[in-house]
Design a protein around this ligand. Structure first.
Ligand SMILES: NC(=O)c1ccc[n+]([C@@H]2O[C@H](COP(=O)([O-])OP(=O)(O)OC[C@H]3O[C@@H](n4cnc5c(N)ncnc54)[C@H](OP(=O)(O)O)[C@@H]3O)[C@@H](O)[C@H]2O)c1
Length: 299
């Protein structure tokens, strides 16, 4: 099969499209014929070697950890899914013609494969963060980094759970946040004043989906570290904030994301799509740090 592989750590130019052995699912896994894979920040961090101590890489490695496509092989012990089903989910080496998924959910009937790929890691992570923040009905949630893949999914899921959502983004993304139903403000210095202007009673909880160093401010705004979660601030534990990582309940969170999609409450925004041959450009786009929604690679 054709796959986007790298044989050493480096910049986006180490990625090449080449022939690779077809993968096959182990127990509890499925294989899909990939239609689209998303580009997550972790992809370029793995490719650059930045996270090699936590996430070991064996070369040659296929980039990508989520995708959407059609089931074509089913591993031992898997029930509830058939060849031909449209699914999206998490796996390894997903930027290829075939990929093995370890957790998945049905593609909502209203979504394209691209939208489904966009909802993989980002959707599952957003859902897990909001689960960790407890009942949000009637509460006000601040999302730092609300226009990104995780942030924009979190905004929609929190609204579906009955929250009022304030989201930070650069001004160019404020219309996008308004379309999602959030109250947009800019991030950076003076955040507390801007939050106070739109939420005079304060915020009940905060999600740091940016890891930009503002976590202590988010704790001050939410009033207690237990009302804040982060997905990207390695100093979270020192502040008493839960760092969400690893997608421990991916089957459950992906099912939730799929249900919300089917109900029309969650529509992933695709900012750009690239062909396999331009996977390096796609990762550079995400590495720029200002995606509005998701960047995808179509297969
Ligand atoms: N722990 C986990 O399980 C997990 C899972 C997924 C992602 N992550 C991590 O979470 C982070 C976000 O992931 P993502 O996929 O959502 O990234 P993304 O789609 O690339 O989005 C990044 C967003 O960050 C915003 N941003 C940039 N500078 C900012 C700042 N100083 N303050 C606030 N927001 C800022 C950008 O908004 P503007 O364009 O408007 O500036 C952009 O929308 C990454 O570090 C990623 O590695 C962790």
């Amino acid at each position: 099969m054709r796959a986007v592989r790298f044989h050493e750590f480096g910049d986006q130019h180490v990625l090449t499209v080449e022939d690779a052995p077809d993968p096959h699912p182990g127990p509890g896994e499925i294989r899909i014929r990939v239609q689209a894979a998303s580009v997550n920040p972790i992809d370029w961090k793995i490719r650059a070697g930045y996270v090699r101590e936590y996430i070991p890489t064996t070369f040659p490695a296929i980039t990508g950890i989520d995708a959407a496509g059609t089931v074509d092989e089913i591993g031992e012990g898997v029930t509830g899914v058939e060849a031909g089903d449209r699914v999206f989910g998490l796996g390894q080496g997903t930027t290829a013609e075939y990929a093995v998924l370890s957790a998945w959910a049905p593609v909502p009937s209203t979504w394209t494969f691209e939208q489904a790929a966009a909802a993989g890691l980002a959707g599952a992570t957003a859902d897990e963060c909001l689960d960790a923040l407890g009942d949000l009905s009637g509460k006000t949630l601040l999302v730092e980094g609300a226009a990104g893949g995780v942030g924009s999914a979190a905004v929609q899921i929190a609204l579906a759970r009955g929250a009022t959502v304030i989201g930070t983004a650069s001004e160019g993304h404020h219309d996008f946040l308004r379309e999602l139903g959030a109250i947009p403000i800019t991030y950076g210095e003076g955040l507390a004043e801007r939050v106070a202007a739109v939420a005079p009673s304060g915020v009940d909880a905060a999600l740091d989906a940016a890891g930009s160093g503002s976590l202590a401010d988010l704790v001050d705004l939410a009033g207690d570290a237990s009302r804040v979660v982060s997905i990207a601030d390695m100093g979270a534990a020192a502040l008493g904030v839960t760092l969400i990582a690893g997608n421990a309940n991916a089957t459950g969170t992906l099912a939730d994301v799929s249900r919300l999609g089917e109900a029309g409450a969650l529509t992933p925004r695709v900012e750009a799509t690239y062909p396999l041959e331009k996977a390096g450009e796609a990762q550079a786009h995400v590495q720029g740090g200002h995606a509005g929604g998701k960047v995808l690679i179509t297969v």
